[in-house]
Design a protein around this ligand. Structure first.
Ligand code: FRU
Length: 477
């Protein structure tokens, strides 16, 4: 039965309707993503005691289609007096010859734990002892005890594990271990070591969390989540290169998703061989507002990732999301002028938009979303050809929420039109640009009536060749 409190959570106008999130309270990282007997299982960092990070459990949900989810009972809870008494932190799931197995970090101190299930992932039996009880002795003092988020895979009959860590004062670090049986682990060496003094092409911070290692054949990609102690914000990045003598030789590196809300992604290998990624999307309202709202954190849409010829990742929402499309609005050759812009008579806060701009844009142009009639409340998605970047400008006159501008570099080849696929789900905004750049943001309009949309161009008139908009279904109905 729903309590008044739950009703309030569900009626929050900022609560997403087609993204996965728990019924209430706090969530962060996706964990243990695995396809098992035809169903997708998603576990996630969850606090059943409130909308704040604490007493971390593993929440659990299943889906048959990557879109609709069903909640299952909590999978892992801290054991009083156990090595995970202060929390069951992030980790992964593997199929060990038919035995579903979770590897995760117990705190404090940070140790690596294992649990198995004999009822198709519903309940879990923890192994009584950690499988890795301390950092490797040769670097223990340099890690500050931070060693976590096991990522495990099998290769040539051996199990391998990656752990996120750091060398204090030097940079992030990913450690590589090997095992025959998932229980006894031998530390090999770092898979990759970061350099906190290196500023280009971007700073990779001082601590690396949540590693994922993706096998693209000739090349492999390591995804890390960068913690920039002590300053926020957090972001995820990746390195692509050759895997030689069990070390990654990076040739390309980039930021995975722009916008400072998307963090701690995890990648699942689906039975059809797709690599599908989810990330935790953080809130843009402050701690007190989230506590009052009764929920905090949402999962990104499932994103199909693949490797482009230049070593960068192609990021695309999975095809299955098209099942959410309802009323469809199609427009061609829309004329817009700097004076008038073009208001669109579609008012919804659950939308998918596909828009193509003319090639070789010379003027800043874009879309206005979630606008009030007086324009005080509004979010602008702008492409800036001179700076070759995609920018989000948010203005909300209401209560204190994050409205800093956000941007993502996007260089278009001559003749290549800007093509945006935008998902708006109440406070969540995900933009996929030209299949290769992803920018994620949060917006909290002050008025529920701020639903207006328009196209605009800054300097020259424009003709928009194609625009498609769909209302999207609520996944919980
Ligand atoms: C990333 C992270 C992980 C850790 C978990 C704790 O967001 O800090 O490194 O395991 O969250 O909830």
């Amino acid at each position: 039965m729903l309590t008044n409190r739950d009703t309030q959570v569900l009626q929050d106008p900022h609560r997403p309707a087609f993204h996965f999130l728990p019924e209430k309270h706090w969530m962060n990282d996706p964990n243990g993503l695995i396809q098992w007997k035809g169903q997708y299982h998603m576990f996630y960092q969850y606090n059943p005691h409130g909308a704040f990070h604490g007493t971390i459990h593993w929440g659990h949900a299943i889906s048959r289609d990557l879109v609709h989810w069903e909640y299952l009972p909590i999978a892992l809870a801290p054991t009083p007096d156990g090595v995970d008494k202060d929390g069951c932190w992030s980790g992964c799931a593997v199929n060990n010859n038919g035995a579903p197995t979770l590897l995760y970090t117990g705190v404090y101190p940070q140790v690596q734990c294992i649990a198995t299930s004999s009822d198709d992932l519903l309940t879990w039996q923890k192994h009584p002892h950690p499988v890795i009880a301390a950092p490797p002795p040769e670097i223990e003092v340099h890690t500050g005890g931070e060693i976590r988020d096991p990522f495990v895979w099998k290769e040539k009959d051996q199990w391998y594990m990656l752990l996120g860590s750091r060398i204090e004062g030097a940079g992030g670090l990913i450690l590589l271990y090997r095992s025959e049986d998932l229980l006894h682990w031998e530390y090999l060496h770092p898979l990759l070591t970061g350099d906190a003094n290196q500023m280009e092409p971007f700073w990779t911070g001082t601590m690396w969390e949540c590693p994922n290692f993706i096998d693209f054949g000739e090349k492999r990609t390591l995804i890390i989540s960068v913690q920039e102690h002590p300053a926020k914000p957090l972001f995820a990045a990746y390195f692509t290169g050759r895997y030689e003598e069990e070390r990654l030789m990076p040739e390309t590196q980039d930021i995975l998703v722009h916008g400072n809300y998307f963090y701690a992604p995890q990648v699942m290998r689906a039975a059809d061989e797709r690599y599908i990624m989810w990330g935790w999307i953080q809130e843009g309202r402050n701690h007190h507002q989230s506590l009052a709202a009764g929920w905090n954190g949402v999962m990104s849409l499932p994103i199909h990732i693949s490797l482009l010829a230049d070593g960068k990742l192609r990021l695309e929402p999975v095809e299955e999301l098209k099942a959410l499309r309802q009323e469809h609005y199609h427009f061609e050759n829309l004329h817009i002028t700097p004076e008038a812009g073009l208001p669109l008579d579609i008012q919804s806060d659950s939308l998918e938009i596909e828009i193509q701009f003319p090639a070789d844009l010379k003027t800043e142009a874009g879309l206005i979303l979630r606008a009030s009639l007086d324009g005080q409340d509004q979010t602008r998605i702008i492409y800036e050809p001179a700076a070759q970047q995609l920018v989000i400008h948010r203005s909300n006159p209401g209560p204190e929420v994050d409205i800093d501008n956000q941007s993502a570099p996007l260089t278009l080849a001559p003749g290549e039109p800007l093509s945006l696929r935008i998902f708006l789900d109440h406070s969540v905004l995900e933009i996929f640009a030209n299949h290769r750049t992803c920018l994620v943001s949060r917006i909290y309009p002050s008025h529920e009536s701020s639903h207006h949309m328009a196209l605009f161009t800054q300097h020259n008139p424009l003709i928009i060749p194609r625009l498609d908009i769909w209302n999207l279904k609520d996944i919980w109905e």
